[in-house]
Design a protein around this ligand. Structure first.
Ligand code: PGA
Length: 278
């Protein structure tokens, strides 16, 4: 049986970089240098830069998605400094949930992350759910158990039809590879994406849904190593941090993703969809 095709996605996580004064120009430059058929592009700037990035892309590159890097798990209330899902309406259509830097620095638990997913689903934001093990956990051979626990916790109580309809994306990001210049091997990352899809079935998703869920790799991705990940049929793109601030790097990463998109038949599909919509 041929399953539903998965998007090939390159998502930029700008973390705590850029300002409202310069984010629009950077987004425009990256947009212009990454117009590659069949690749879904997303830029996730800091909250305060969302409007600038949205406006810059709306003019030149409406095809680039705009994402937030986080969302609060409550709808509103006395949460100083936080941003809720309804506040993101009109600013973002994607959201990163459960990034390891937030698990580390903001004490986000799987239970909180599950509630953030609820907010994202309810607001129609497409979530990129991050999972991944610490170095000690990998050295102990526990990486699949850790990621399984994270997925079970985050997806607890979310019906599979809701998850499917919002197009959940999962990013496998081994914590030891983030911002360290020490990326996982393509083969290890592919083994983890297989484990992630098995976990999705373990939490009650059908095999077809698990197969249709895009899984990205993240952790020191560059234009030089992206090919190693995209050569793996189970990996559908990348969540890129440091390199995503560099237009040359993004151009190289998305160009390579375009090769994969073409090989997987995504280019014909997006052309056909465009034709059907005209
Ligand atoms: P990195 O970050 O590419 O700088 O390692 C990836 C991420 O944190 O999403």
């Amino acid at each position: 049986m041929i399953g539903r095709m998965r998007d090939v996605i390159v998502a930029a996580n700008w973390k705590m970089h850029t300002t409202p004064a310069d984010a629009g120009d950077l987004a425009r430059t990256i947009g212009a240098r990454t117009r590659v058929p069949g690749v879904v592009r997303v830029i996730c700037p800091p909250f305060v830069c969302l409007a600038a990035v949205r406006d810059a892309l709306a003019e030149d590159d409406p095809g680039v998605g705009v994402g937030a890097q986080n969302v609060h798990h409550e709808l509103q209330g006395a949460y100083t400094g936080e941003v809720s899902a309804p506040m993101l309406a009109g600013l973002a259509t994607w959201v990163i949930v459960g990034h390891s830097e937030r698990r580390r620095d903001a004490g986000e638990t799987d239970e909180i992350i599950a509630r953030k997913l609820t907010r994202a689903f309810d607001a129609g934001l497409r979530p990129i759910l991050c999972v991944g093990e610490q170095l000690a956990e990998r050295e102990a051979g526990d990486q699949e158990d850790v990621v399984d626990r994270q997925l079970r916790g985050a997806l607890a109580g979310h019906p599979s039809d809701v998850v499917r309809s919002t197009g959940l994306v999962i990013a496998y990001e081994p914590v030891w590879a983030i911002g360290t210049g020490r990326n996982a091997s393509g083969r290890d990352a592919a083994a983890m994406t297989d484990a992630i899809r098995a976990s999705l079935e373990g939490v009650g998703h059908s095999q077809a849904d698990a197969d249709a869920t895009p899984v990205l790799y993240g952790g020191s991705v560059t234009s030089a190593n992206i090919g190693e990940f995209l050569a793996e049929p189970s990996i559908d793109g990348a969540l890129v941090g440091g390199a995503s601030l560099k237009p040359d790097e993004m151009a190289g990463i998305v160009a390579r993703a375009g090769v994969t998109a073409a090989a997987r038949g995504m280019v014909e599909r997006s052309a056909a969809e465009r034709g059907a919509g005209e």
